[in-house]
Design a protein. Structure first.
Lengths: 115, 112
């Protein structure tokens, strides 16, 4: 497995509370991504980063923010968690922009439940 | 609207047979298409990438085809084994943005 660690692996939180998920990589890859996976929707891109302090939105970014202050860490924050954000969250990394012979390597996910 | 469609019904086959999974897309013009495998409780794992100018790609018992006219990719596993049981995801680049868009995946069950 590529050196990607997501924490926590499981979390239960209440509606309205802020939540931060962490992704840590040891591969020194430039690109990092946050996806969520839901039944019936598959994997959907939330935000991604193309370098330290460089981030951009994906297709389902509302209600989420990200930060990348170091190459190895990419944080996903739910500013005020809602039940619709109950999901499995995956972090992924790639050496270069995906498609240039650079597939994604995924972590093993964080299962978040918002009650 | 843009869509990537994989058969949502599980595919059940007998060990030793060839499994064929389909990925169809509309309103995309991808330069490449990727296939991933996902086991329960784990993140997806990259298997194969095929470019728009490649008709076919092989890796051991895996074969992927890419037909840009039909807007379809087929993923074949020959001599399937129970260990091949997993969910298989196709993904493509939405217009050279570097962002991968995923299909919902097809679950394959190989019975001994």
């Amino acid at each position: 497995d590529a050196g990607i660690t997501q924490s926590p692996r499981h979390k239960v939180t209440e509606t309205g509370t802020p939540v931060t998920l962490r992704c840590h990589q040891t591969e020194n890859h430039r690109y990092m991504y946050w996806y969520r996976q839901d039944p019936g929707h598959g994997l959907r891109l939330i935000h991604y980063s193309y370098g330290v302090k460089d981030t951009d939105k994906g297709e389902v970014s509302d209600g989420y923010s990200v930060s990348r202050s170091k190459t190895e860490d990419f944080l996903l924050t739910l500013e005020s968690a809602t039940s619709s954000q109950t999901s499995v969250y995956f972090c992924a990394i790639s050496e270069s922009r995906t498609g240039e012979n650079s597939p994604l390597h995924f972590g093993n996910g964080t299962r978040l439940t918002v009650t | 609207s843009q869509k990537i469609e994989q058969n949502s019904e599980a595919l059940n086959i007998q060990e030793g047979k060839t499994a064929t999974l389909t990925c169809n897309y509309t309103n995309y013009s991808p330069a490449y298409l990727q296939w991933y495998r996902q086991d329960p409780g784990r993140g997806p794992v990259f298997l194969l990438l095929i470019r728009e100018n490649e008709k076919e790609k092989r890796k051991e018992r895996l074969k992927v085809t890419f037909d840009t006219t039909l807007k379809q990719s087929l993923f074949h596993i020959t001599a399937s084994q129970p260990a091949d049981s997993a969910t298989y995801l196709c993904a493509l680049d939405s217009g050279n943005t570097g962002k991968l868009i995923f299909g919902q995946g097809t679950t394959l069950q190989v019975k001994p």
